[in-house]
Design a protein around this ligand. Structure first.
Ligand code: PGA
Length: 287
């Protein structure tokens, strides 16, 4: 898939991507500019929870997370059909609302699609873009995701941009190249001021929904690479401001260690966000 993407580019692009990937190995992040980043825990409900089940989970989260720990943000991303309800039920709650996808047009004849403006009108502040399931089952390319990121930002939504390698790619030892290619494509043409408020979620595909979590060191290594890439593409001060979440089988039992790695600023949680107790425990593990 990555090879296909790369091969379809001009050879200049190939050289750029490969040289960025290799240069990163020794590119230092400027320690002096380290900033304290808020930890952000987002729950990706995927295609779970009808309207009644959503109400139950939202009410339970609202009472368990009535006060968030200092320096921690929590976001829920229910399916589209539950967003309007979530806006109502989360009134007065510190939990923010996000969507799982959007179409990169303001409006038009795009049957079944949802615009950024529609998401804003039901209270969304965030939107997950380029999730590996969208890439895998709906063939979303970095170019298409890049369009979505731009539209989301223009509409005042904060994008959660997902990247990550497959098992085959990790075994071939091309994780760095894959993640570098994805991020370079997804942030193309986006100014530093917009990237600084965006979220990147590193989700190794082999760890999603499999129970196989990346070790804290494996995750930290890729997060560091991502921050160094952002420093290279923008500046080290921009790179230090970007929130980089880890996703892939995050659970209360493994959250603390992952969330305390220096470059891991939060989690994108799938399975464990479907129960109020486990999502709450992950939010609490972030402090
Ligand atoms: P998981 O999903 O926590 O169930 O592995 C994470 C995700 O896909 O965002």
């Amino acid at each position: 898939m990555v090879f296909r993407n790369i091969l379809s580019r001009e050879s200049n692009d190939i050289h750029l991507i490969i040289s960025i990937s290799y240069n990163l190995i020794s590119y230092p992040t400027n320690q002096k500019e380290k900033t304290m980043r808020t930890k952000i825990i987002a729950g990706n409900w995927k295609m779970y929870k009808d309207i009644n089940e959503s109400a139950e989970l939202l009410n339970s989260l609202k009472s368990k997370l009535a006060v968030l720990p200092n320096g921690v943000k929590a976001i829920v991303c229910p399916p589209f059909t539950s967003l309007a309800l979530a806006k109502e039920l989360l009134k007065g709650s510190p939990i923010a609302l996000g969507a799982q996808n959007m179409y990169p047009e303001d409006e038009g004849a795009f049957t079944a699609e949802i615009s950024p403006k529609m998401l804003r009108s039901v209270g969304c502040q965030y939107v997950i873009l380029g999730h590996s399931e969208r890439r895998q089952y709906f063939h979303e390319s970095d170019e298409f995701i890049n369009k979505k990121v731009k539209k989301a930002l223009a509409a005042g939504l904060i994008p959660i941009i997902c990247v990550g390698e497959s098992l085959q790619e990790r075994e071939k030892n091309i994780t760095n190249l894959v993640v570098t290619t994805q991020i370079t494509g997804c942030v193309q043409g986006i100014p530093a001021s917009d990237i600084e408020k965006s979220i990147i979620a590193y989700e190794p595909v082999w760890a999603i929904g499999t129970g196989k979590v990346a070790t804290p060191q494996q995750a930290q290594d890729v997060h560091k690479l991502i921050r160094e890439l952002l420093a290279k593409l923008y500046s080290s001060s921009t790179a230090e401001k970007v929130t980089i979440q880890y996703g892939g089988s995050v659970k209360p039992e493994n959250a603390k260690e992952l969330l305390h790695q220096p470059d891991i600023d939060g989690a994108l949680v799938g399975g464990a966000c479907l129960k109020a107790d486990s999502f709450t425990a992950i939010v609490q593990a972030a402090v």
